[in-house]
Design a protein around this ligand. Sequence first.
Ligand code: CA
Ligand code: CA
Ligand code: CA
Length: 205
Amino acid sequence: MGNTGCSPCARHTKLILVVEEADIIELEKRYWALQSQSKSGRVDLDTLRPLISPPLPVDLVQGLFNAFDENKDSHIDLKEMACGLSACCRGPKAERLKFCFKIFDSDRDGLLSRNEVEEMCKSLLSVRRESRVNQEIDLEDVESLDPVAIAGDILASHDEDKDGFITAEEFQVWAVKNSLPDEFSKLLFQVKAVKWPISCRLLSS
Ligand SMILES: [Ca+2]
Ligand SMILES: [Ca+2]
Ligand SMILES: [Ca+2]
């Protein structure tokens, strides 16, 4: 599908990843430290889990790992780590949404099925419920939202070709107009801000 990989991310999206040399050194240092703690000697799911959850809900850990693991070999190499961190945290909204899409595409076929959309809505609502404490979101408003109904709406209005699946592009159209993914996006930023204080910048070319 049209999912852009990490390696050609700059070319595909006409973005240039600008990372200070000090940041690269710091990222590498943290990466190798992380790897040295791993029982398997690789940055795998078990290595990453304590690093990202909390703040990330446990049921999204595998999805986030998948989003990083671009070549699907069940470990995150240094390049995947660097690309993932910049995409999920510092990229323009479109890049971050592309990254979110991968988190919710559980079977990694490049499409969101109805079931995946429903699971996504459940996760987004639970993140919103958790984060509403500091915000002016009425709990009752959140409680009254039904993930299955929201998923139905998403498919009804954004599945352009009516094949029952949401593509990354269709997801983005929905997500830019909807506030539901916002807290999730902020949460991803926290994951990075807390654990990986790396200041990558993504600039348009
Ligand atoms: Ca990998
Ligand atoms: Ca899928
Ligand atoms: Ca479709």
